[in-house]
Ligand binder design. Structure first.
Ligand code: 5AD
Ligand code: SF4
Length: 473
């Protein structure tokens, strides 16, 4: 490798875990001479970190590659070079096919290969079209460097931390068990060290990530196996860490210790993403979700009994094969009974290789669209009602970055709402007490109360202004 620094541009699609993975890639590339750039045009290395969860993900990647090919050709015409890598779940699922259809690609690598990235790049210089989609036995997380302090500071005061990867649940619609492989939990020691490094770099809020995060069961420092509730208690002791969250959870893995953590840990934010997918027992069974709607109601009651102000969020799929009008009505009924503060909903999209994709009971597209419209209408109404209920309320905001207008900052409420507040830039990275004084369609507006700001950050104003790239959903 030459001494001159190079630049890497990473485009991230899909979930928070891909955001985390993209950050780990740029951390791993830093010592090999790559600095992050926010513009693709001049980049020496372009990585598309792809998502395969729904609809035409691969097609989106191929059309993006078509656009990038032109940039690469223009670069080469001027005597330069641009290396192109495809990472993530489309890379895992399509493998060789990507290089066959898009010969412009230098390197294809799956989610289990990120720690080998500097090495793979070196190899791809000689072997254009290198593909590495193994599920290696070695521990990717042990091999990845700790989050880089400067890069972490530039990413702001909130961070993701993957504690668990893969899934053994095999829901009938989902590609994750195939693209991310079997469930793997990181050890407490590894997680603790990474959390500590993030906090030392100024991070105030950590969201623990996993495809099935509440199935996490890692080796504790006492040699015993711990569950997520115990891990949260342990991390809450880190001085300087003010807030904890975790996502995404399966209802079947909410054990008592985890539920109780919501009642006893102040640092655990009162917000829980708890996808149910459908409100019909017949569809839940066909989806292989392994619980009934009544189980879900009981679980929600139990969680609310320990933390009555918890806000729930969810994922829903409409038009799963065999879904009747009545099944769909049952989903609407479940939503009305649970009430969500926020939710994602999707039309069922057949994913090759998953059991439901082969079903002969596929629901017509127009029926799916109509159901999605009705469900989203109800969910939007509930979200608006939740936001409205915050009017006049005092709450703590973690101030993350400059807001829309001069003199405004954007902060996150405990319930994950984005709130605009009049406040000086010097407060970025700190937690402030505010009162909500206006609720708009998409945002909340607040003013600082007289209570002094009580958390302090070492993040410099300039560093914390750099915004992280948006996750596409
Ligand atoms: N079709 C539609 N939605 C899906 N999801 C996962 N697989 C599919 C699919 N094949 C949704 C689920 C999941 C979220 C991340 O994406 O609701 O919880
Ligand atoms: Fe996919 Fe979640 Fe089901 Fe696992 S639990 S198969 S990640 S939907």
């Amino acid at each position: 490798m030459s001494d001159a620094r190079k630049t890497v541009f990473v485009k991230t699609y899909g979930c928070q875990m891909n955001v985390y993975d993209s950050d780990r890639m740029t951390d791993a590339l830093l010592p090999s001479g790559y600095d992050v750039t926010e513009t693709i045009e001049g980049a020496d290395l372009v990585i598309l970190n792809t998502c395969h969860i729904r609809e035409k993900a691969a097609e989106k990647v191929y059309s993006e590659l078509g656009r990038i090919r032109k940039l690469k050709e223009a670069r080469e015409a001027q005597g330069g070079s641009m290396m192109i890598g495809v990472a993530g779940c489309v890379a895992q699922a399509e493998g060789e096919e990507i290089v066959r259809r898009s010969p412009v690609v230098d390197l294809v690598f799956g989610p289990q290969s990120y720690h080998k990235l500097p090495d793979l790049i070196d190899k791809a210089k000689d072997t254009r079209g290198l593909v590495d989609t193994d599920f290696p036995v070695e521990d990717k997380f042990a091999a990845l460097p700790k989050p880089d302090k400067k890069l972490t500071q530039a990413r702001g005061s909130t961070a993701f931390l993957t504690v668990q990867e893969g899934c053994d649940k095999f829901c009938a619609f989902c590609v994750v068990p195939y693209t991310r492989g079997a469930e793997v939990s990181r050890s407490v020691a590894q997680i603790q060290a990474e959390a500590q490094a993030l906090v030392e770099a100024g991070v105030r809020e950590i969201t623990l990530l996993g495809q099935n995060v509440n199935a996490w069961h890692g080796e504790g420092q006492d040699g015993r196996e711990w569950g997520l509730g115990e891990l949260l208690h342990h991390l809450a002791d880190i001085e300087g860490l003010e807030r904890l969250r975790y996502t995404t959870s399966h209802p079947g893995d909410m054990d008592d210790a985890l539920i109780d953590a919501h009642g006893s840990l102040d640092k655990l934010m009162p917000y829980l993403h708890l996808p149910v997918q459908s409100g019909s027992d017949a569809i839940l069974k066909a989806m292989n979700r392994r619980h009934t709607r009544e189980d879900y109601f009981r679980l929600v009651d139990r969680i609310r009994s320990v933390r009555d102000d918890i806000a729930l969020s969810g994922d829903f799929i409409v038009g799963f094969p065999g879904e009747t009008d009545q099944d769909f009505e049952d989903t609407l009924d479940l939503v009305r009974r649970v009430t969500y503060a926020q939710a994602y909903s999707f039309k069922y999209s057949p994913r090759p290789g998953t059991p439901a994709a082969d079903s002969e009971e596929q629901v017509p597209e127009d029926v799916k669209s109509e159901r999605l419209y009705r469900l989203q209408d109800l969910l939007k109404e509930q979200q608006a009602a939740f936001n409205q209920s915050c009017l006049g309320r005092e709450m703590d905001l973690l101030l993350e970055r400059p807001g829309r207008m001069d003199g405004q900052l954007v902060g996150r409420s405990p319930w994950l709402q984005a709130v605009q507040v009049e406040a000086p830039q010097s407060l970025i990275g700190q937690i402030a007490r505010v009162r909500i004084d206006k609720v708009g369609n998409n945002s909340l507006f607040a003013s600082l109360t007289d209570t002094p700001v009580w958390a302090h950050s070492e993040i410099s104003e300039q560093d914390s202004q750099a915004e992280r790239s948006l996750v596409e959903h």
